[in-house]
Write a protein that binds this ligand. Structure first.
Ligand SMILES: [Zn+2]
Length: 501
């Protein structure tokens, strides 16, 4: 059995090597590659991904997994070897259903679709992406159809990102959340808005980058196992557990962009850097779902970064670094500015209270497109109508409307947005459990100390990587299932106090 396990691990390591190389090529494309390298780069990445897919779906892997079943069944559920066999089998059974020719067609199409979006967004011209998007929708539906027996055509695409989730569960969950959030948004936006003009002065890039580095290092991000570079669209990527990178976008006319973006991406990176290093180069060395990952990034960005305690620690330092801009600003004014709530058009810049409404609009549009009840041609108008009815504001152009997020242009349509809201909900549940175990965490944060919180997250969540499903993880960490109450209690408490609701 140990020989079979060793053979499986050797195969998985080669697959991981190919995927790590593809990830490095993608990172380079997003950071330093000259523009004319794009075409060859798309081909190079597609070749590596195809080779990885072929190796992973090799019948020999299936045979090994069958032979290892008795070994798995003889071990406790959470034993690393049992988990490795179980998780690999789950991924294998999914990937063998998708023909390699389809994977290659999808990959080629998405490269050209992404290129079309890169041109269409600044040009504010939806017609440049419309034919691509029609093809993407067709390919997304074909991908779903490789997994027959679904309740909703989006379900296979949702499950791929967030195991255990499906359209019907999410529609109910989101309806409950919306019912609770909308009255809070209405009560806040009927008041005069918080003043955040001082965040929109000139903040030199070098000093913004320096202070961002200080913050993520304090959070526990290890530069000996990572690095940070600039990109137009921030992300986190990993080539191995010893090389987990983040990227950041700096706006010299807006202080919050790079600071909170860095905390967000570092939150993703802390999860990956915290995975048990024995899992290196296996399917266990990964976060357990899109939602579980966003739970970490949004916990660090919002629960920590936008808290009063964190502001107490950070603001005096910011005043030292930016005396001309901030010496006349009070800590309370800073706290209010970074928690400004408004009806806005752009998801990534949205506040905590309205953020989920942005996500729900995209989720509902994805379902309608896949169902066939909405056409791509009608998508920009449907976007505007949903923004008007749900957020009371509609974009003047498609750049701030249907063209704003890269998701539908660089990937399939379906399953790409629910993870953000699931992350908010899960993050609130996790943070409540952390506070129950260590009530002094907020006091530590006010002194710029994050080791107790990070230690708790590593011990209870990060180290396990992909060992558990999201449902199992929530149950283990919080003692119950996914539940919106801690999130609603947090939003109602924090913003009730801020806006005297
Ligand atoms: Zn994220």
């Amino acid at each position: 059995m140990q020989n079979k396990l060793k053979e499986l691990k050797t195969r998985l390591m080669e697959i991981d090597d190919l995927r790590g190389a593809a990830a490095l090529l993608y990172w380079d494309q997003a950071t330093y590659m000259p523009p004319e390298g794009a075409e060859a780069r798309g081909r190079q990445m597609a070749t590596l991904e195809r080779l990885a897919h072929e190796k992973f779906t090799d019948a020999a892997v299936g045979t090994l997994l069958d032979q290892l079943r008795p070994h798995e069944e003889g071990l406790p559920y959470e034993h690393p070897e049992a988990a490795l066999i179980r998780v690999t089998r789950r991924q294998y059974e999914r990937e063998v259903k998708v023909p390699p020719a389809f994977t290659a067609e999808l990959s080629r199409h998405l490269t050209s679709s992404y290129e079309a979006w890169v041109k269409a967004r600044p040009a504010n011209d939806f017609s440049l992406v419309q034919p691509c998007l029609e093809k993407t929708l067709e390919l997304s539906r074909r991908l779903a159809d490789f997994f027959p027996g679904y309740e909703h055509i989006a379900d296979p695409l949702i499950t791929y990102e967030d195991e255990g989730m499906k359209a019907s569960i999410l529609r109910t969950l989101f309806a409950e959340l919306r019912e609770q959030l909308v009255p809070i948004v209405e009560a806040i936006t009927s008041q005069p808005p918080a003043d955040d003009a001082f965040l929109r002065q000139h903040y030199p890039e070098a000093r913004q980058l320096a202070v961002g580095r200080e913050v993520v290092e304090r959070m526990g991000y290890e530069f000996s196992r990572g690095r940070r570079d600039k990109t137009p669209h921030p992300f986190m990527t990993k080539f191995s557990l010893g090389d987990v990178r983040i990227t950041t976008r700096v706006e010299e006319n807006y202080l919050a962009e790079s600071l909170y973006g860095a905390m967000h991406e570092a939150g993703h990176a802390l999860y990956e850097q915290g995975i048990n290093r024995d899992f290196e180069a296996t399917p266990l060395a990964d976060g357990c779902s899109a939602g579980a990952h966003e739970a970490q990034s949004r916990l660090w960005e919002n629960r920590v970064g936008r808290s009063r305690e964190f502001c107490r620690f950070l603001f005096p330092r910011l005043q030292e670094v930016f005396p001309d801009q901030l010496s006349a600003v009070s800590p309370d004014a800073f706290y209010r500015a970074i928690n400004k709530v408004e009806r806005s058009l752009v998801r990534t810049a949205a506040d905590e209270v309205t953020y989920n409404l942005h996500v729900m609009i995209r989720f509902e549009l994805e379902l309608k497109l896949l169902e066939g009840s909405l056409s791509i041609a009608d998508l920009p108008q449907a976007w505007r109508e949903m923004y008007r009815s749900d957020l009371g504001i509609a974009p003047q152009d498609d750049r701030d409307g249907v063209l704003q997020d890269m998701h539908w242009y660089g990937a399939t349509i379906g399953g790409k947005f629910q993870g953000y809201t699931l992350g908010n909900i899960m993050g609130a549940q996790f943070y409540r459990s952390a506070l129950e175990a260590h009530p002094d965490i907020p006091e530590q944060i006010s002194r710029g100390r994050f080791d107790t919180l990070l230690g708790w997250l590593r011990e209870n969540i990060y180290q396990y990587g992909n060992v558990f499903t999201p449902d199992e993880l929530i149950e283990r960490v919080t003692g119950g299932p996914l539940n919106i109450d801690p999130y609603i209690a947090y939003i109602a408490g924090k913003y009730g106090e801020l806006y005297s609701l």
